[in-house]
Design a protein around this ligand. Structure first.
Ligand code: A3P
Length: 287
């Protein structure tokens, strides 16, 4: 493997944004507040969609904040060096983001009243999204080919290791009342209904017209237009904008435009093998 990474408790991290000391600190000393809400995801699952939705819910549907503050400052990544610097500017209740696997998430969370929204997405679509993302973002290994990258993805030979490990780890929380699972595909199918469910989980009541405003401002088109949300500003160091955009396509099922039948069947076999004893049915299965 030729890309630059280090291991923390068996998980691959990029030295550009992470360090052993920081991960140790986040795991063991990070201060969790009881009213914190954490968006936890495997990369490319719909993390930013949730940040936008929660930014709007927390501000009673007023879009001013989303239109004036960069998305990663509204909900910093707790495990990155940049995220740690940004945390101090947040007011309570904080919405924080993390790609950390279950076994290295801040220990303090598990004795707190804080909440997690775990966003999931069909891993075939995650793979396609990641394939394009890896080409434009500097700290990811540039894919040699679709075929090779697919194998790296299935083997967990990439940053944050495999999707399977991430999901299997976090599903240990599935029956906890402070843990809420939502899928990218459900958001697509019924954004309004999902926003209502998220509000209920957070104990937030907003009237119909405020919910409508949140639906409008968190649509793919609105986020793609919003310079504070579409990663076009302040990202020159991290993203090569000549190669593609962060808000790429925003659809469910794009994998069908990319996978051969053989690749899809191979993926399905690995999926069955890795997920077989989990006894959970996910929204995208059989679609
Ligand atoms: P695609 O590459 O398939 O377009 P993350 O935020 O976890 O990095 O995920 C990024 C993916 O979510 C990208 O997928 C991006 O386009 C998509 N996305 C972001 N905001 C979205 C929205 N409002 N509606 C639909 N998809 C969205």
């Amino acid at each position: 493997m030729s890309f630059d990474y280090f291991l923390y408790k068996g998980v691959k991290f990029s030295p550009g944004s992470y360090s052993q000391e920081l991960l140790q600190y986040v795991e063991n000393e990070f201060q969790v507040l009881d009213d914190d809400v954490y968006i936890v995801t495997y990369p490319k699952s719909g993390t930013h969609w949730l940040i936008e939705i929660l930014s709007l819910i927390n501000r009673d549907a007023d879009p001013t904040w989303c239109n004036s503050v960069l998305i990663w400052l509204r909900s910093p990544w707790i495990e990155t060096k940049e995220g740690q610097l940004q945390l101090k500017d947040l007011s309570s209740p904080r919405v924080l983001t993390s790609h950390l696997p279950f076994h290295i998430f801040p220990k303090a969370f598990f004795t707190s009243k804080a909440k997690i929204i775990y966003v999931m997405r069909n891993p075939k679509d995650i793979f396609v999204s990641l394939f394009y993302f890896a080409k434009i973002i500097c700290h990811y290994k540039d894919p040699e080919s679709f075929e090779q990258y697919l194998e790296d993805f299935l083997q967990g030979n990439i940053l944050y290791n495999s999707w399977f490990e991430h999901v299997r780890g976090w599903m240990q929380m599935k029956d906890n009342s402070n843990f809420f699972i939502i899928t990218y595909e459900e958001l697509h199918q019924d954004l309004r209904g999902c926003i209502l469910r998220i509000c209920k989980f957070l104990g937030k009541e907003l009237g119909d017209s405020k919910i409508d405003t949140i639906v409008k401002h968190s649509s793919f088109e609105a986020m793609k237009e919003n310079k504070m949300s579409n990663y076009s500003l302040g990202t020159e160091e991290y993203i090569d904008h000549t190669k593609g955009t962060f808000m790429r396509k925003g659809t469910a099922g794009d994998w069908k435009n990319h996978f051969t039948v053989a690749q899809s069947e191979h993926f399905d076999r690995v999926y069955q093998e890795k997920m077989k004893d989990l006894n959970m049915k996910f929204f995208w299965e059989g679609k």
